[in-house]
Ligand binder design. Structure first.
Ligand SMILES: Nc1ncnc2c1ncn2[C@@H]1O[C@H](COP(=O)(O)OP(=O)(O)OP(=O)(O)O)[C@@H](O)[C@H]1O
Length: 616
């Protein structure tokens, strides 16, 4: 038996390893299984090249637990090692790489993605003693046993092992006995090893899919294959809307499949749904910095051996490969959406409810994407659910009537067709094109696009009286005399005393309603944004709901009201006109609504409630 000392610079590297990445102890299993997979793949390569002529036999990897002995054993049928190789690869290579790794990242554990590189020695995070029993694939090789108890001393001796391959036996620390629980091991295996290329068995069952679809060519796959794989990854989600198969060889290697999930309208978005793999080994699902922010809403898998895994976050952001991956993925997503738009616009329209969220979010956060996406951004007509416009189409249709005095295109929108119906109708009567922008993201999207698109403004249909939705220098003419207007003003001032309601007189078309209540765009947006960002209590949140009541002096009803001799009757009519306008803005409720109903009955019947005599 050979005894020896591993050359150490820091006497006690093992306690450091044990403490290191305390929360990530479970990765020992990933590291050891990766080694077993490597050893198996190497053997396959040797067989392919003819260097290994023996029987390959089964190449499965097995993980076994022994509660009585407190051990975990990882067995492979790979190339194995001779005594000399154990000395070279385990005592020297593995050790020095572990040491180098630690010296680089000491104290910076949390910032390491993937933590690759610790390798074999991660076994000492959970084991007081590690045994390797291995036999090389070479003909007539002698099996050997290496044992190390966590001190720099090891023993290496001849052993019995009738077949080729390696067993790594971990004798667990008292405080690591959780890893004897089968459920815990199964969960770790599923997390990290689910798509490794060599069959892995645990408790008699294979736990991995050795041929995940991202390693195949798109031409070999059917849409069912993609759907099936999605189900495998996210069993609880609705089927995806569509997917993008990424396949890059230059200037970096990357394969992957990204899915557009069906996200419900209330935006219950879960980020971190894309998993990053390195040669089929799971690394992390924190893909921030690798995938553009807006695409974090996607689901799926990215596999790249070229993403630096054991470096800190800040380094990753500056890494040129990572930046290239980022823009490549953005481009691919834009390509795919454009392809659907060109080839199957109907499909895009049908799925816009979900896809619109990604597109809009992407346009707000990524300039390159916005430039591409404005060609296929869709807006639905407020009156016709089957009519959709791109920005260019909207412009073509609406520009003649909806270009304002600053030469900007006014995009008129509604957030609620039913609620804003009378305003919509009024806009339509003027020949305006109104679109529906009613998703959760639209308020922010509108704000952002107004900043980016210099020649576009968005205006909600109830933001102003129809004549002024598209601002132009046009003077209006009123049929009332100055005296009549003064009287009307006085009546409204008495009947609508709320200081947040601004009453103004304007000569509009006689067909326009007598009073139009509008909510100025800016006031409304500020309040909406305050409530969306949870700042309802802030200054913006506290500004009152501004309401403008525009009195249409050209409506014939005012001739009638001004002639009315009975002042009470006159005031009731004014009050009712104001209430009707408030009603159209859903701002009449409770006591005021009740009074309105009562007043209306009185006006219609000429009978006052107080004068009704009840039957005795
Ligand atoms: N199951 C095994 N079968 C054969 N050789 C092995 C096995 N496990 C480890 N080795 C040898 O020991 C070496 C060191 O392993 P270690 O895991 O520390 O580093 P690595 O696999 O080279 O790199 P990484 O840091 O990516 O894990 C391997 O390169 C390999 O030669």
């Amino acid at each position: 038996m050979q005894k020896g000392q591993i050359r150490v610079h820091t006497e006690n590297i093992f306690p450091i390893i044990k403490k290191f990445l305390y929360s990530e102890h479970e990765i020992f299993l990933r590291e050891l299984i990766s080694n077993a997979v490597d050893a198996t793949q190497k053997l396959k390569m040797l067989a392919n090249s003819g260097e290994f002529k023996g029987e390959l036999g089964t190449l499965d990897i097995e993980v076994k637990l022994d509660a009585a002995k407190r051990t975990i054993t990882i067995s492979d049928r790979g190339i194995g090692m001779t005594a000399e190789e154990v000395d070279r690869y385990i005592n020297q290579v593995a050790f020095s790489s572990a040491e180098e790794f630690l010296s680089k990242y000491k104290g910076d554990g949390a910032s390491i993605i993937g933590h690759f590189g610790l390798g074999f020695y991660s076994a000492f995070m959970v084991s007081e003693r590690v045994e390797i029993v291995t036999r090389s694939y070479r003909e007539g090789a002698q099996a050997v046993r290496w044992v190390c108890d966590g001190s720099p001393e090891f023993t290496l001796e001849e052993a019995e092992r009738p077949w080729r391959g390696t067993d790594v036996i971990l004798h667990l620390y008292e405080d690591s006995l959780e890893f004897l629980e089968p459920e815990r091991i199964r969960a770790i295996l599923l997390k990290y090893c689910r798509f490794l290329p060599v069959p892995i068995y645990f408790e008699g069952k294979q736990i991995n899919n050795t041929e995940p679809i991202w390693i195949k060519r798109p031409s070999e796959l059917t849409s069912q294959d993609y759907q099936k794989f999605y189900k495998e990854l996210y069993p609880h989600y609705d089927p995806p809307l569509f997917w993008i198969h990424l396949h890059v060889d230059y200037p970096f290697h990357l394969n992957g499949v990204l899915y557009f999930p069906k996200i419900s309208r209330n935006f219950d978005i879960q980020k971190d749904r894309i998993s990053l793999y390195c040669n089929q080994v799971f690394v992390t699902d924190e893909v921030k910095d690798i995938v553009p922010e807006f695409l974090m809403l996607l689901h799926g898998v990215i596999d790249s051996p070229d993403i630096p895994l054991n470096v800190s976050r800040s380094y990753l952001q500056g890494d040129p490969n990572v930046r290239k991956i980022n823009s490549h993925i953005t481009k691919k997503v834009a390509d795919k959406l454009e392809e659907i738009f060109k080839q199957d616009r109907k499909e895009l329209e049908e799925k816009w409810e979900y896809i619109g969220l990604f597109v809009k979010y992407g346009m707000m956060t990524d300039d390159k994407f916005r430039e591409r996406a404005q060609a296929f951004l869709l807006m639905q007509d407020a009156f016709s659910t089957s009519t959709w416009y791109t920005l260019a189409e909207y412009r073509e249709k609406a520009a003649p009537l909806q270009t304002n005095q600053d030469q900007k295109l006014v995009i008129l929108y509604t957030t609620d067709v039913d609620q804003q119906y009378s305003y919509l109708q009024a806009a339509r009567d003027r020949g305006y094109v109104v679109v529906k922008l009613d998703s959760i993201i639209d308020a922010a999207f509108i704000q952002s696009m107004e900043e980016k698109w210099e020649d576009v403004v968005f205006t909600r249909v109830d933001a102003d009286i129809p004549e002024r939705l598209v601002k132009r220098d046009e003077s209006s003419h009123s049929v009332l005399t100055a005296q009549q207007e003064a009287r009307l003003k006085e009546l409204f001032a008495k009947e609508v005393p709320n200081p947040a309601y601004r009453v103004e007189l304007k000569g509009l078309s006689p067909e326009t309603q007598p009073v139009v209540a509008t909510r100025p765009e800016m006031n409304r947006r500020l309040k909406e944004m305050a409530s969306m960002s949870g700042q309802a209590a802030s200054w913006y949140g506290r500004i009152p709901d501004e309401l403008v009541l525009t009195v249409n002096t050209n409506h014939p009803i005012y001739q009638q009201i001004l002639q009315e001799q009975n002042e009470e009757q006159q005031r009731k009519m004014i009050r009712n006109l104001a209430d009707l306008a408030l009603l159209s803005q859903q701002m009449l409720s409770g006591e005021a609504l009740n009074q309105f109903i009562q007043r209306s009955i009185e006006l219609m019947s000429g009978i006052k409630k107080s004068s009704i005599i009840l039957p005795s």
